[in-house]
Design a protein. Structure first.
Length: 341
């Protein structure tokens, strides 16, 4: 005969197993939400996205203009790769399960405290609005709740191992495109390059219809220039395939004093471009003093360097934001008169 002790163990074990499967069933099947409840399948219809933070009340607006160009707060060109991730998230997310009644209150309070609100629009008409919370304990799901609802759920992207919270943020600088220039050669009307310490290498390029004029800024007798080299130079300013002129990053944590100090120092290189429609853009480069973490702090003779040789500070359009510029990327536009002979 089975002992009373063994019988109790079997009953307890069966109860645990039953509770487990009941719990799994509740997680997977109790939701009344469709898998695509939060998804937006027609992402090409989206022309504005509003993201706000419950924690610090900050927000960012990502919007597409009539020329099909996306902007951050109507100020900067939007980072295309980050926009792509956000739109694909909106399209591919699926409801994994609905939060059970016992946890709803806690999850709702958590989302209300640290969550992000995302609103998607088409022609100023709201398409979808929801709050994104933090990740689940297994890091494989993300808490979410529709605006106006008290029934949070967990979403995921099938085939993606991770959570989605980090794809929603309000730091406008992080949404900003790192490309300094993206101007097709045909749109360039005038381009000038000025070398502060080598004025004889400064030049300008004027383009009208199919005529190109190359002129050193310090006049010399009838300069000869290679037109193919000039045309190739003009083509550098357009982003295509692996060609780009992107900064490494933005020094958004610099104090105003640090920014002013750099901008008030002497730049060594300046390029200005005027487009055919009259729009202008510029970039100034400044020598970057040797830092604690500088990779090459000495010359080939072992003497300490004053400035870094592979990185510069950059300022675009005189905006008080310091850019990190790599010589490896921008060397192709650091040209002088001698390079066009």
């Amino acid at each position: 005969m089975m002992s009373k002790k063994n019988l109790i163990l079997i009953v307890v074990l069966c109860s645990i197993i039953g509770a487990y499967f009941l719990f799994r069933k509740d997680i997977n099947n109790s939701t009344s939400l469709r898998k695509d409840f939060f998804a937006i399948k027609e992402i090409n219809d989206i022309d504005k996205i509003f993201i706000s933070s419950n924690q610090d009340k900050s927000y960012v607006i990502l919007s597409r203009n009539k020329q099909n160009v996306w902007y951050v707060n109507d100020k900067w060109i939007l980072n295309a790769s980050r926009l792509k991730i956000l739109l694909e998230t909106a399209k591919d997310m699926e409801v994994k399960y609905q939060v059970n009644d016992n946890d709803k209150k806690e999850i709702m309070a958590h989302i209300a405290t640290i969550g992000f609100k995302a609103m998607y629009y088409k022609n100023n008409r709201l398409m979808k609005s929801y709050f994104i919370g933090s990740n689940t304990l297994d890091l494989m799901g993300t808490f979410i709740v529709a605006e106006g609802s008290n029934n949070p759920a967990v979403v995921h992207i099938p085939g993606f191992n991770g959570f989605l919270t980090t794809r929603f943020f309000t730091d406008s600088i992080e949404w900003r495109d790192k490309n300094i220039f993206n101007i097709p050669a045909s749109q360039i009307k005038n381009l000038s390059v000025v070398w502060n310490n080598q004025p004889e290498q400064s030049f300008s390029i004027n383009q009208q219809d199919k005529t190109i004029e190359f002129s050193p800024l310090i006049k010399v007798a009838a300069p000869n220039f290679n037109e193919l080299k000039v045309k190739s130079f003009l083509n550098i300013f357009s982003v295509y395939e692996k060609n780009n002129l992107a900064c490494e990053g933005f020094h958004k944590k610099f104090t105003k004093r640090q920014v002013d100090s750099i901008m008030n120092s002497q730049w060594f290189y300046k390029i200005e471009i005027t487009k055919q429609n009259g729009e202008k853009t510029s970039l100034k480069l400044y020598r970057k003093p040797i830092q604690i973490n500088t990779y090459e702090a000495y010359d080939t003779q072992g003497n300490p360097l004053e400035y870094e040789i592979d990185k510069y500070w950059g300022v675009k359009d005189d905006e008080p934001m310091i850019l990190e510029i790599q010589d490896l990327v921008f060397d192709k536009i650091l040209k002088g008169v001698k390079d066009f002979n």
